[in-house]
Design a protein around this ligand. Structure first.
Ligand SMILES: Cc1ncc(COP(=O)(O)O)c(C=O)c1O
Length: 364
């Protein structure tokens, strides 16, 4: 089955084979080496040239665990957060602020529209109590890129902290973490990195990590200070998904061999092919080209075709697509193009889509 949902993705045989490595105990030196390797490779991949200034904290869980650990660990006493909310995952970060007393009202923008940077600046001027500004890099809701670096530039001028959910971004979209001085960036193994679900991570500026160690612990399991302290000693506070970490390391090796920029270009090429084909049959992308990511496209459902029918027809032909979320559930469908895919997979999908369209609407 070819997965064209935005993760978990198809992995390579090499990554799958990594699951077969010997059983190890997470309190033994073999695991310490595995963990150190993953942490180092995350920095090499995502903070090239800035490895000395950042640390990678690895945890077991899905992307949400990493985002929530970052959110819960980033708040000093008496300070507040501001969420830039223009999609499902911005909303999720907002919901993670476990009491609204910790946040000023979200800076809300319509789904698929870029945040107004003058409003970000104004809010920071008006709210000196805001310590952390939280934003999603690639909003998977519709597949759009938020201008994280521009936002971080403003936040940095005000001496505040930028926290980024890049769970579906890292490895598929460019992000200059070191250059933009991002304080915390959350990611996960099972999307553009092409690993298995179950391993996630937060990249943290080292200077900030020292501050985080002194912040109140708002969670026990999802507190980055606990993880950092242990990981610096080669250990981990809780039982990790050891076999998944083997796959994670292999996926990072593959990513580094392919090159992050080359991977981004590969995904961008897939997206272009899918968009050109579907648009030629009159199927409209939801977003204007300047907003679209490299890794996912939201399309309007063709007239007379429901999502369940489209999904089932494509699945019968070997391809899994993804539904819309929230208020757009019955109007759109999404096609991801990440994972260990090939040109042949993409061409196969396009042919299957055309076939489906002909059968269901007589079009295509
Ligand atoms: C931007 C973004 N953040 C967070 C998540 C949550 O990730 P997970 O489902 O791995 O918890 C997703 C999942 O699609 C996502 O796209």
């Amino acid at each position: 089955m070819v997965l064209l949902n935005p993760g978990p993705v198809n992995v390579s045989d090499r990554v799958r084979q990594a699951l077969m490595r010997p059983d190890i105990c997470h309190r033994e030196s073999e695991f310490s080496e595995l963990l150190a390797d993953i942490r180092r490779k995350l920095l090499t991949a995502f903070v090239p040239g800035g490895e000395e200034d950042y640390t990678a904290i690895v945890l077991t869980g899905s992307g949400t665990a990493a985002v929530e650990a970052a959110v819960r660990s980033s708040m000093p006493t008496g300070k507040r957060a501001m969420v830039i909310n223009n999609g499902v995952y911005g909303q999720r970060m907002s919901s993670m602020l476990w009491t609204r007393r910790l946040a000023i009202p979200d800076l809300k923008f319509a789904w698929g529209t870029a945040p107004d940077l003058t409003k970000v600046e104004l809010a920071l001027k008006q709210h000196p109590e805001v310590h952390t500004v939280m934003v999603v890099h690639h909003e998977t809701t519709l597949g759009f890129i938020n201008p994280v670096e521009d936002i971080a530039d403003i936040v940095d001028r005000f001496g505040r902290v930028t926290l980024v959910d890049s769970v579906s971004g890292l490895g598929g979209e460019s992000l200059d973490i070191g250059g933009a001085k991002l304080y915390m960036v959350a990611g996960a193994a099972q999307k553009c990195i092409q690993g298995f679900p179950g391993a996630a991570f937060v990249l943290v500026r080292k200077g900030f990590m020292e501050r985080v160690m002194k912040y109140p612990k708002h969670s026990w399991y999802l507190n980055l200070a606990n993880y950092y302290e242990d990981q610096e000693r080669g250990s981990i506070p809780f039982t990790p998904a050891v076999q998944v970490y083997y796959g994670f390391r292999e996926a990072l090796d593959e990513l580094l061999e392919e090159g992050v920029q080359a991977r981004i270009q590969r995904f961008a090429g897939y997206a272009k092919k899918i968009r050109e084909a579907l648009e030629s049959w009159g199927i409209k992308p939801v977003l204007s080209p300047d907003m679209r990511s490299n890794t996912l496209t939201a399309f309007q459902l063709p007239e007379g075709l429901t999502y369940p029918r489209l999904h089932d027809q494509l699945k019968e032909r070997g391809y899994v697509i993804y539904a819309g979320q929230g208020q757009l559930e019955s109007q759109i469908f999404r096609v991801g193009n990440i994972g260990a895919l090939t040109d042949k997979n993409i061409e196969g999908f396009i042919a299957a889509f055309q076939d489906t369209l002909k059968q269901t609407t007589g079009n295509g």
